[in-house]
Ligand binder design. Structure first.
Ligand code: ZN
Length: 428
């Protein structure tokens, strides 16, 4: 069945494989937006007054919007939020190590990575480097899809009583990339790949990625096996939703806000704690000739859907889930509620998303975490408190969250995108 957003499981696989780092997520989304007539704006420039489709990139974060809505005066915003980063292993500042005749690259965890899932995988490297050109700096994206890194597991015969080993993030996640004792330079290798001199590389944010391609799996192709579904599942669905929303404009200004650094607390120049969203929303109003009063009035009528992946009920651990809130893959998007506000959902936000699902013909599931287990969080409570926007936390169900390889339902890809598209285009 063709959906309003054309979101598909294979489309999600291609999106994830194109996007090994937050910077590459922004590049992938920007390419899709550009094709649909979106124009990149810079924060250092004056912004055009004409209605149009625009986006901006700040590091690993991206915000996109369209002012071609059908309203007049100060239209409210409809915002879909998400995050571009995923837990992984990242390169240290002095990465070149040698041990027992092996050449190693010093790595450390980023965010709440399930360390066991990174073992025995063929890993590539991606991210960005800051390169000196004369007395100026250029940021360059970098990506190596060759399997040059590997974090090997201990042989079972060398573990105590053949039990699973406890992984130490300091000692056990360094990657092998060669043998011998001759000096090697990992950054020198990467500089060569980027076509620059090693001593011109002055800063870097470099991370590993699993090179096994994403795949549609299961007896009836009903599942998606991929890395980084948390939260590229939302980045993909949100992008499809925005592209659908601009084709059939509603009375609100549709906004897609994808933030870096959610997995490490969002407190950075471009994380959800930053001024990024507030500043973009205010500048949208100012560029159209509105003032501060108009901006505050627009905010008061706006709603944000914070999209992040949700926990499907695990068949091998059903006891870890709230028994009256079973979440099924391919059962539709998930509304997430937490009484301690780990999720921002309130009755008004829940109503807005439930209505959008109904308008899109998409089933809706409702999640609460077990009351005796600590609940994770999202950008939802952060953007809600930074902007004062009515907010709802939503997601698509998946298993194995924060593993190097995650699993979600193939049908949920279109369900999720269609629900977000309807949310972006509220109709009276
Ligand atoms: Zn997440």
């Amino acid at each position: 069945m063709p959906t309003m957003t054309d979101a598909t499981a294979s489309g999600l696989c291609a999106f994830v494989d194109a996007s090994p780092s937050p910077f590459h997520v922004c590049e992938t989304v920007a390419a899709e937006l550009t094709e649909a007539g979106f124009v990149e704006l810079r924060e250092t420039d004056g912004w055009p007054t004409a209605p149009g489709r625009y986006y901006l990139v700040r590091g690993g974060s991206l915000v996109a919007w369209s002012t071609e809505e059908s309203g007049h005066g100060e239209s409210p915003f409809r915002i879909v939020g998400g995050h571009t980063d995923s837990p992984n292993l990242r390169v240290k500042q002095h990465p070149d190590l040698r041990s027992a005749g092996w050449q190693l690259v010093g790595l450390e965890p980023y965010g709440g990575a399930w360390l066991n899932s990174w073992l025995d995988r063929d890993l590539g490297i991606s991210g960005r480097i800051s390169v000196r050109v004369g007395n100026t700096l250029q940021q360059k994206l970098i990506r190596v899809d060759r399997p040059i890194l590997r974090v090997p597991q201990l042989a079972i015969h060398l573990s105590e009583e053949r039990k699973g080993v406890q992984l130490d993030p300091q000692r056990h996640v360094n990657a092998i990339w060669g043998v011998g004792n001759s000096p090697t330079s990992f950054l020198g290798y990467l500089a060569g790949q980027a076509g620059v001199a090693e001593d011109a590389v002055l800063g870097w944010e470099l991370m590993t990625h699993d090179l096994a391609p994403s795949a549609v799996v299961g007896l009836h192709d009903e599942l998606v096996s991929a890395p980084r579904l948390d939260n590229q599942g939302t980045c993909y669905a949100g992008t499809r939703a925005l592209l659908a929303a601009v084709e059939e404009p509603g009375e609100a200004i549709p906004v897609l806000a994808l933030f870096d650094h959610e997995e490490v607390g969002s407190m950075s120049d471009r994380g959800a704690f930053s001024d990024l969203l507030n500043s973009v929303l205010e500048r949208i109003v100012l560029a159209r000739g509105g003032g501060r009063e108009d901006f505050l009035r627009a905010l008061a009528g706006s709603v944000c859907a914070s999209g992040d992946m949700a926990h499907a009920t695990h068949p091998n651990y059903p006891d870890r889930h709230e028994p009256a809130h079973r979440i099924e893959v391919n059962g539709g998007p998930v509304l997430k509620v937490n009484q301690n506000l780990r999720y921002a959902t309130d009755a008004a936000g829940a109503g807005a998303f439930a209505l959008a699902c109904d308008q899109a013909g998409v089933p809706l599931q409702r999640y609460v975490h077990r009351a005796d287990l600590p609940c994770g969080s999202t950008i939802g409570p952060i953007t809600a408190s930074r902007t004062g926007l009515s907010t709802v936390d939503v997601g698509a169900p998946q298993l194995a969250m924060h593993s190097a390889r995650e699993l979600m339902g193939a049908a949920d890809v279109a369900y999720y995108a269609d629900a977000l598209a309807a949310f972006l285009t509220p109709v009276e």
